[in-house]
Write a protein that binds this ligand. Sequence first.
Ligand code: TYD
Ligand code: MG
Length: 449
Amino acid sequence: MAKPRTAFVCSACGADTPRWAGQCPACGEWNTLASFTEPRRSGTARRGGLATAPQPIAAVAGQEEARLATGFAELDRVLGGGLAPGSVTLIGGDPGIGKSTLLLQCAAALAAELPVLYATGEESIRQVAERARRLGLPPGTLAVVAETSVERILELAGESAARALVVDSIQTMSVAAVEAAPGAVTQLRESTASLVRHAKATGTAVLLIGHVTREGVIAGPRVLEHMVDTVLYFESDSGSRFRVIRAVKNRFGAVNEIGVFAMEGQGLREVRNPSAIFLSRGTQPVPGSAVTVAREGTRQMLIEVQALVDESALANPRRVAVGFESNRVALLLAVLHRHAGVALAAHDVFVNVVGGVHLGETAADLAVIAALASSLDGRPLPQDLVLFGEVGLTGEIRPVPYGEERLREAAKHGFRRAVVARANAPRQPIEGIAVTSVSGIREALTALN
Ligand code: TYD
Ligand code: MG
């Protein structure tokens, strides 16, 4: 029998090292290493139920099974066209964000077509049933069990021939072979490994819920990311009812695809046309508001960027950015000063992206600049104007990918004017939208007046 191996695993990045240290050598986080003992396993257990005979690849190819529809087109798109049979998907997110709600709604939709098991270690069956009733879910064939033993759950899944299995949450699950408490790194890994083996052996689609923890005793889903096929994060800004689901790893589709949901009294509702919610502006134009066309995954979205510039009473004026990189705001302020003569060193600057989204793209630079200038002058931008383009350190406006698609999306939503980088000017005019192309920041600010 193999000697059990002891290693140390970082709860922040999932890396393991043979020796304990105060700081993780991989990600540099402090006090995140926890000991991890691989359980003893006999040779047969290690092999599990997988068929191990080699096969010619041609005999295997082309057998892709049909994807399962989760009942949410937004989620299906993020998954890469639905849930793949035999896949393991991890859904991470802060406590209370709506993971249980989302997967209960999915499980109910899937159960209309095939046998589904929803295993919860967090709530009682009564609580789950009560929630299902409140959500108005059809009292179909969804089987629910309150159980924390992975062996028992897999037994039940086998008996009911479940084609989809939801585990809420992986932090409450344990396998008997491991002595550690549920939530410890060893338990998390072994429980997940058992569920992965089951998924691959039987073709069951497994959905795991994982709470994200910054620090503390319970290891976060980061530790499991490499073990599963797909990792989705469910996020929102505090206080916002909108939720964004994002694929950060996907063996069955593209990453960075996002799906948008709204949390309502009847559970989660998908938002098919996110531009409409991110753009719910008043009818009167106001200074400090600019609209950009962002691209997330395969889709364009119109998003409002707001800026507020105010004379500061502080020696070190405040620079606050929500939904946008604060270092990037500092960079844009420096470019505005050096290349357009707009001095904001004595002003407090606030930048906010409306709707709780995070703009990671440099394409939003031009809209941030326009919003800042508009707030400083107290002059509103036209209501039917969109802007996109990257701002470079020499004050140049650089093109961004998918310029025409972005312009089309803006025209579709009734925008009539656009300011973009020179190279993003469309070759053929786009119906309904007049495009001004600029090559530098001064030229861009002039085009706004
Ligand atoms: P939940 O799915 O329990 O979160 P998680 O599993 O990620 O911890 O969702 C909890 C929150 O969602 C709770 O604060 C209440 C809210 N909620 C609604 O607003 N409407 C609903 O229909 C439901 C079921 C929950
Ligand atoms: Mg929950």
